[in-house]
Design a protein around this ligand. Structure first.
Ligand code: SAM
Ligand code: SF4
Ligand code: SF4
Length: 374
């Protein structure tokens, strides 16, 4: 008789403890990776749990009652997150995005935001602090998040039709509550708000034009709606290329309704291609992670809920910072270790996938989206 083996949740992704270089590496804010890309953007996952079961991220069949989420002791504390963030900021990070899982499920998140709001770049500037949420509890939290120091939010919403939305979140969550969350964030001044819509061919493409119309008309151009190509992240969502609706097709659908004019990227490393309505109705974005790789400017690092650093959304291995945070390693040593890890980075998964569509994955277990965030 075989015994049931319960996997140790925090060993689910391979991660080595980074080596401490024998010579200290000074934090100059100018760190660059092996391909010359700076470190600017840190995405921090504060929980691997979520109250939704979007099929493209946490399909119900896998993330069911038996799924073992990380135990509380595995999670980085807010103090540990803030300490790590401070070291990253000294190396050039200017923007922090809190994500998950559903970040607003982490208790007391406002106190983490307040700690991060205290940080300053080497030039003495405050950070750009934002958060990606499914919006389910945003109506209740918008004001306290803003008071804590959050500057803006990105809300994920895949359709306006209630039946389509309930099917996509797969927990029967009503669209009206998310719309109320967006309105509350707008009223609280958490803007410019972005709304992210993952487009799956055959599932919600009919929602593209109604979504664009709604955000044009209701918010007077204040909200930027961004269409995201369905990505092959993780190994759980049963991704198939024929379910990807290329951004070029999204653009054609929109242009049939409203003339659009291309805009320049506002910052280097920006993931979205920006367009504006010619009639002044605001702006939209297209995130073409599948059909148009943007690795060349990728300046993002990702810190998992349990303190593993990932250098690419499609990474199969992380770097275990938590061990260093908990074994008495000094800030200076962790900082040098971080610098060495980033300097050795050569990840460019999407570019490789575009070059060899069937061969980019090594078959090793890729990190899941709910664990690492977007
Ligand atoms: N729960 C929050 C939310 O949904 O906004 C934050 C975490 S979620 C993992 C971050 C973003 O990743 C969301 O905008 C979500 O739509 C997107 N996402 C998840 N799986 C995806 C996939 N397979 N392809 C494209 N985007 C995906
Ligand atoms: Fe939850 Fe966000 Fe993933 Fe949907 S996309 S299952 S809301 S973490
Ligand atoms: Fe960055 Fe990896 Fe995405 Fe390329 S595939 S843009 S390196 S996260």
């Amino acid at each position: 008789m075989g015994e049931t083996v319960i996997p140790l949740a925090d060993l689910r992704y391979a991660a080595a403890v980074p080596a401490i270089p024998s010579l200290a590496i000074a934090a100059t804010g100018l760190l660059a990776d092996g391909l010359g890309r700076p470190l600017r953007d840190l995405r921090i996952s504060v929980t691997d749990r979520c109250n939704f079961r979007c099929s493209y991220c946490m399909p119900k069949e896998i993330f069911d009652r038996d799924y073992v989420f990380l135990p509380q002791t595995s999670l980085l504390s807010f103090e540990e997150i803030a300490r790590t963030a401070r070291l990253f900021v000294a190396h050039g990070v200017q923007k922090i995005r809190l994500t998950g899982g559903e970040p607003l499920l982490r208790k007391g998140l406002e106190s983490l935001i307040a700690m991060l709001a205290e940080l300053r770049t080497p030039e003495g500037l405050p950070l750009d602090i934002t958060l990606t949420t499914n919006g389910s509890v945003l109506a209740r939290k918008a004001n306290s998040l803003q008071r804590a120091g959050l500057q803006r939010v990105t809300v994920s919403l895949d359709g306006l039709d209630d039946a389509v939305f309930r099917r996509m979140n797969d927990v029967d969550f009503p669209v009206a509550d998310v719309l109320a969350g967006i309105a509350a964030a707008d009223a609280a001044g958490l803007g410019p708000i972005k709304v992210n819509m993952v487009v799956k061919r055959g599932t919600n493409e009919q929602e593209i034009v109604p979504m664009a119309r709604y955000f044009r008309e209701q918010f007077g151009g204040r909200i930027v709606l961004r269409f995201i190509e369905y990505m092959d992240v993780g190994a759980s969502n049963g991704w198939r290329m024929d379910e990807v609706l290329p951004s070029a097709e999204v653009l054609r659908l929109l242009q049939a309704e409203w003339p659009l004019v291309p805009l320049q990227a506002s910052t280097a490393g920006e993931t979205a291609e920006r367009w504006r309505y010619a009639d002044g109705g605001g702006e939209i974005g297209l995130i073409s992670s599948v059909t148009q790789a943007f690795c060349q400017d990728c300046n993002r690092a990702r810190l998992s809920t349990e303190g593993k650093l990932f250098l690419c959304l499609f990474a199969t291995r992380g770097h275990d910072l938590r061990t260093l945070l908990r074994n008495g390693t000094s800030d200076a040593d962790i900082s040098s270790a971080l610098a060495m890890v980033w300097a050795g980075r050569d990840d460019r998964y999407s570019e490789l996938r575009a070059a060899q569509p069937n061969d980019a994955s090594t078959g090793a277990k890729r990190v899941e989206m709910h664990y690492i965030g977007g």
